[in-house]
Design a binder for this molecule. Structure first.
Ligand code: AMP
Ligand code: MG
Length: 492
């Protein structure tokens, strides 16, 4: 019989310091809570099989499927600026990789799998709530078209986990282009053996940057690729109001995917200083700081890669700095290009950035909802009568009028017909994002009432965020006063 999951594992073949054998630890009474059937199909896995008792045992970590070679990955990381030389997968295991015709090579990772060689004092488990949160928000990110790890399933383990309170346990099957992080390179560098670094770098080039292999300096080209992916990724976060919340180097993916949905949240009212994470006391990872932090993380990657960049370390540093200095221009182009699309500006003109900044400043001063403001602007772009619905989002509606007059003058210099402009804007301004109060509502129903309906409905709403679908209209609405949720937790 063909293996139900067509594994083809490459990371497990890296030198031994990069991983430890780590079979998942079985759980008492697993129940499938959420399954991503379309992702299963894209991976070449039969969703009906995943739903069967045999499939659920695999998603729960109770059986290791044919072809899997579960390993916990070793990595280091800067957490809130402090270097930790050995973190590693303390509550996750890489089951293996699937070379999917539709998606390319993808890791299948079980998060909440029980103790691993990197667990330290931890139990290796995860509460159900945070696993549902990761499923919902990561699938929301995928729906928005932003690079991200994906979620295949959430299983309720039937076991309690003990944190400040006792909570039901959960397990997430996470799918990623790879789980190699900046922290994996920091870990490799600690061996002070270029062969160790090279093994990791060659693995990553083969997976994510095959063109770099042909470059005069493949490792410099790899670095340049990571810089560009991170710059574009963070620009796209800002364009949808996303605050990652824990941009440690171990949560910075080499493949350029959003990874680690612990304390993240989307902003409702626009606030560049927005911080949601209860542990981010100094606002290190605030909304507007994210580009600076991404560049800082990439500087740590450059340091780790230096021994591979050439025999002369001064020349290597200069070359890395030159590539790192590419972050700003790539970020700025992605950000301004994205903002132009959000405002319906198809041509590039001087002064566009000022127009963006003026709107954002007025939104911040008037606590205007970020997502709703931009979505409603799409209507205003073809019908001035729709201004009323945008103004209503500003504490002082006149603050919008002053900006709208300048915007209309600018639109007058655009060649596109108004209806085409509005249609294009609707593809850049989502109606639905994973608003925090909706995510919390879905988790509360699941954890408190064993009702996964609200989570399923929210995931369905997030699958087509650029469409106005009447049945999901409520998900486009900002929270009512008192409904907003402004504190998030790490989910450990
Ligand atoms: P995270 O905040 O998810 O990025 O995790 C940071 C580090 O803590 C990683 O090395 C995790 O594997 C580890 N960790 C988090 N939760 C647990 C847990 N319950 N048991 C063991 N290790 C954990
Ligand atoms: Mg992490």
């Amino acid at each position: 019989m063909a293996a139900p999951i067509p594994f083809d594992n490459s990371y497990a073949r890296l030198p031994a310091m990069f991983h430890r054998p780590s079979p998942p630890v079985p759980v008492a009474a697993p129940r499938l809570a959420l399954l991503n059937r379309s992702l299963a199909r894209e991976l070449g896995i039969d969703p009906d099989w995943l739903e069967s008792p045999e499939g659920v045992q695999v998603l729960a970590g109770n059986t290791v499927p044919q072809g899997a070679e579960p390993v916990a990955m070793a990595y280091a990381g800067h957490q809130f600026g402090n270097f930790v030389p050995l973190l590693g997968d303390g509550r996750a295991t890489l089951l293996g990789e699937v070379a999917s015709p539709a998606l390319g090579r993808r890791d299948i990772h079980l998060k909440g799998c029980g103790r691993t060689p990197f667990s330290g004092q931890g139990d290796g488990r995860a509460p159900l709530g945070p696993m549902l949160r990761e499923f919902i928000v990561s699938e929301g990110m995928a729906g928005l078209g932003i690079p991200t790890t994906r979620s295949l399933s959430v299983v309720a383990t039937g076991e309690p986990v003990y944190r400040q309170t006792t909570q039901p346990g959960g397990l997430l099957a996470r799918v990623a282009a790879s789980h190699v992080r900046v922290g994996t390179f920091q870990y490799a560098a600690l061996f002070e053996d270029p062969a160790v670094l090279k093994a990791l770098a060659d693995h990553v080039i083969a997976r994510h940057d095959p063109a770099a292999a042909e470059a005069p300096n493949p490792y410099l080209a790899l670095f340049e690729g990571v810089v560009a992916r991170q710059a574009v990724l963070v620009a796209r976060w800002l364009l949808v109001g996303f605050v990652h919340g824990v941009m440690n180097t171990d949560n910075t993916s080499i493949a350029g995917e959003t990874i680690d949905y612990g304390p993240c949240a989307f902003i409702d009212a626009y606030d560049p200083a927005a911080v949601f994470s209860s542990i981010d006391r100094h606002g290190r990872y605030a909304y507007a700081n994210q580009p600076t932090i991404a560049a800082w993380n990439l500087a740590r990657l450059a340091e780790a890669l230096l021994p591979l960049l050439g025999p002369d370390q001064d020349a290597a540093i200069a070359a890395a700095q030159e590539k790192l200095s590419g972050f700003g221009p790539v970020f700025n182009a992605a950000y301004l290009g994205g903002m132009r699309r959000k405002l319906g500006l198809l041509a590039e003109q001087d002064g566009d950035l000022d127009l963006v900044r003026d709107l954002l400043a007025r939104m911040a001063a008037n606590k205007a909802d970020f997502t709703a403001t931009f979505r409603r602007l799409c209507g205003a772009a073809e019908d001035e009568g729709a201004d009323l619905s945008v103004r209503a989002l500003f504490q002082d509606p006149a603050a919008f009028d002053g900006w709208a007059a300048n915007w209309r003058q600018r639109l007058a210099r655009e060649p596109a017909a108004a209806a085409d402009r509005a249609a294009a804007m609707r593809l850049a301004n989502p109606a639905v994002i994973p608003r925090n109060h909706r995510v919390e509502e879905a988790i509360a129903a699941a954890v408190g009432n064993d009702d996964f309906g609200p989570a399923e409905r929210l995931v369905a709403a997030l699958a087509a965020p650029y469409e106005d679908r009447p049945e999901f209209a409520a998900y486009a609405e900002p929270p009512e006063p008192g409904q907003g949720v402004y504190r998030t937790f790490c989910g450990i």
